[in-house]
Write a new protein. Structure first.
Lengths: 336, 237
């Protein structure tokens, strides 16, 4: 720091008390005191900015609701998606591959094939359905038994039903392709193709939720930026005064950052309430539906980890919005 | 201690607000800064509080060259200066106590530690009994004294007052001037900007007179102006 000690003695004619000892000195605080007070100031500002929001409950509530709805939409869709994934995982186990054998394959060859396949590690068990058995089943199930009596020979192929060891749909598909290549096999069909379609749809859904989350996250950010901008304008005079008496930018910024943080957190909490309410509301019809399908499927909520990250994310977006607004507008407010 | 050396300030619109202004205020000195409106009083105060920067020249305050103070350093510099404003600049949503405590909280005191100093400052200006009132409940003179208590609460070495008696009657003005005199007595350098020449003439203090940005007079006005002619001519402008 450049220091200059001017020796100008001009204009000293009217000095009142040239040799008065220094009675006043700037109060200097130690570093430790400063750190403690810095922490205390955070606490005080955190509480004060919350109180400031609660003083005007209605405008605050409206802003929080806008944020909450914008947060609840993607988060709620995420919960739905997660439940659908749980549901599809239940059904993955029911995947089975039907091997329709060629007409020239005898019943003994068919049985042997079933036994050979059962030794494979990727197959948990097999079941051989002979032509005759298939015909019997068809008669019972279709009700066309009389019609079939008219036929000279049994048109149905023998079938080896293969239950894959893995519950994973992709691996089951891989197995189906392998088995389709066997020379005794006319065609191999995975009976759970709709599960794969569901998976594809869930993948799509995941991406949509992500895109929606990104878009609505941006909306939350913009709402917070605008809200904080208005708060800064409302306290313009105060900002000028505290800057005049020596407030640093950080000091001036702090209450607004906390304000943004509280908005984000409040939005996250209300969003959670909205999601849980909707889940509660649809819980009993979903239960009835599951009962009708004799499934013991149960709707699951966000869970602890996701709730925590919901709160952290929304609080962070609130803080970020405030930070952006403050960076944009605070510098422009200086004493004149 | 305040020293101006050949200070010029030209605003972006080309107006020369101050030209070649040089003077020095010693520690504990009390001086008036006066001149017609637009003469440069406000500009000079703005340079001292680093709201504006000089176009040319040096300003040295407390052995610190103001041109060496960066934007980051401005808040810390301002803590060394107590500012008293004509319109008081109080926060009307906070109590008298909180208003006076503001500079202490800014420089890192806890509310508890600040209490003693705030009460000492309020006691000094005679408002100890009103610490829990809101500024709006106080008279103009009392509000100004709250402003003074806030300006001196962290014991700054320099006190600047911008038209501190602007809205007050002569009796209240005298009270305010008494307070400034007391601070000066304990070593605070006090600069009072005012266009109230009757106020200046009542005290035997050094006066810096600005005219169109130039420092035209520097000395005890009433001592070499025994008649009020000069004052009246100034007042007429």
């Amino acid at each position: 720091m450049k220091r200059a000690t001017p020796s100008r003695t001009a204009n000293k004619a009217a000095v009142n008390k040239p040799s008065v000892p220094r009675g006043a000195s700037l109060q200097i605080t130690t570093f430790a005191q400063r750190f403690t007070s810095y922490r205390n100031h955070h606490k005080v500002v955190a509480v004060e900015s919350l109180q400031r929001l609660l003083v005007t409950p209605l405008p605050t509530l409206m802003t929080v609701m806008v944020l909450a709805i914008a947060i609840a939409l993607p988060a709620g869709l995420y919960v739905m998606l997660k439940n659908a994934q749980l549901l599809s995982r239940d059904w993955d186990g029911s995947a089975q591959i039907s091997l329709y054998l060629k007409q020239n394959v005898s019943a003994i060859e068919g049985k042997n094939l079933a036994k050979t396949l059962e030794r494979r590690v990727d197959i948990s068990r097999t079941q051989f359905i002979s032509k005759e058995l298939a015909l019997e089943e068809f008669k019972v199930l279709s009700g066309f038994g009389d019609l079939l009596k008219e036929l000279d020979e049994n048109p149905l192929p023998a079938v080896v039903v293969v239950y894959p060891a893995q519950r994973d749909a992709a691996q089951a598909e891989q197995l189906r392709i392998t088995l389709d290549g066997f020379q005794q096999v006319e065609s191999a069909e995975l009976d759970a193709e709709w599960v794969q379609r569901l998976h594809a749809m869930l993948d799509l859904g995941e991406r949509l939720v992500f895109a929606l989350g990104l878009g609505l996250g941006l909306a939350v950010l913009l709402v917070v930026i605008n809200t904080i901008r208005l708060a800064i304008e409302a306290r313009r005079d105060e900002i000028i005064i505290v800057k005049m008496v020596g407030a640093t930018d950080a000091f001036v910024r702090r209450p607004f950052l906390y304000c943004g943080l509280w908005y984000g957190l409040a939005g996250g909490i209300v969003a959670l309430i909205i999601i849980e309410s909707v889940l509660f509301w649809v819980d009993s019809p979903v239960g009835q539906l599951a009962d009708l399908y004799s499934s013991n499927f149960d709707l699951s909520g966000l869970g602890f980890g996701n709730t925590l990250s919901l709160f952290l994310t929304s609080a962070f977006i609130g803080w970020l919005g405030a930070w952006l607004a403050v960076g944009q507008h605070l510098r422009a407010i200086e004493p004149r | 201690m305040i020293s101006f050396q050949q200070v010029c300030k030209r605003y972006a619109n080309g107006k020369d607000a101050l030209q070649q202004v040089s003077f020095q205020l010693d520690v504990g000195e009390l001086a008036f800064l006066t001149g017609h409106s637009g003469a440069g009083k406000s500009t000079l105060l703005k340079l001292l509080t680093l709201i504006e920067r000089p176009t040319q020249g040096q300003i040295i305050v407390e052995n610190q060259n103001l041109s060496a103070i960066t934007r980051m350093g401005v808040p810390y510099y301002r803590r060394k200066i107590g500012m008293v404003f004509q319109n008081h600049q109080l926060l009307f949503d906070r109590t008298v106590f909180d208003n006076v405590a503001l500079p202490l909280l800014i420089s890192g005191y806890s509310r508890k530690d600040a209490g003693r100093r705030v009460r000492a400052a309020l006691d000094k200006v005679g408002l100890l009994s009103k610490e829990n009132l809101l500024p709006i409940m106080l008279s103009g003179g009392e509000q100004q004294r709250v402003g003074i208590a806030r300006a001196v609460v962290n014991k700054p070495p320099i006190l600047l007052a911008d038209e501190p008696t602007g809205n007050l009657d002569p009796e209240l003005s005298a009270e305010i001037m008494d307070l400034f005199q007391q601070f000066s007595n304990v070593g605070v350098t006090v600069l009072v900007a005012t266009h109230d020449l009757s106020l200046i003439s009542r005290y035997n203090h050094r006066s810096l007179i600005l005219r169109d940005g130039l420092l035209t007079e520097d000395g005890v006005l009433s001592s070499h102006l025994h008649d009020d002619d000069k004052l009246q001519s100034l007042e007429a402008e």
